[in-house]
Design a protein around this ligand. Sequence first.
Ligand code: 1PZ
Length: 203
Amino acid sequence: MATDEYKPLRRIADAFDSLARTVNSTVPIEAVHFSDACSRVSVLFGCLGIAFKFAEMDYVSKVEDLKAAAKSIPTLQNMLELDIKSNCVRQGGSHSRNLLRVKRGIDMVKVLFEEIVAADGNSLKDPASVAYSKVFAPHHGWAIRKAVAAGMYALPSKSQLLKKLNEDEESARIEMQKYITSSGHVIQHVEELFISRELGIDW
Ligand code: 1PZ
């Protein structure tokens, strides 16, 4: 069996699976581990076409910020606590703020996969629109929401996406389900880091 086969969906699901296992223990979540898993998600943008270039640039730059921070800050909770001390949690470009945005990115992918797994058709437009409206739309202004709505028409079909990911219906369903479960634990953990420090997650 070729172990070096190109299987990006599997790599994403495995990264979150491994991360979710550490979340379930009492050990705090490592910033390096988290940001590495989040950076694997970026490959999906390349499969969704040019329309999502802007989203890609924003997401990748925020993940890169967390990766760079992880070189000197061991855990996500350390990151939040440092920002609390410096009184810059909500400041543009802060690690805490970027963490909240990246958390939404992985949440959007989770809802997208849930919708794809539940849908019968070959369209990505409805699954992607639902995911966007649940996760990001409440936090985005009118102009961005309009641009995203326009971009939805340029999405490939589900079968085109699966082909680019080198998966068939059955294998994709398994990997998406794995990601849905494991990212759910990770997302909940990150939200609790904010909520337990009364930082809120709706900004
Ligand atoms: C298949 C469906 C694909 C749809 C992807 C739609 C993604 C939403 C596009 C949003 C455009 C991003 C514009 C930048 C928004 C920024 O203003 C905010 C706030 O940033 P800050 O002020 O803190 O610097 N950034 C965000 O909300 C993060 C956006 C990340 C988008 C990641 C989407 C992940 C989905 C992956 C699907 C492949």
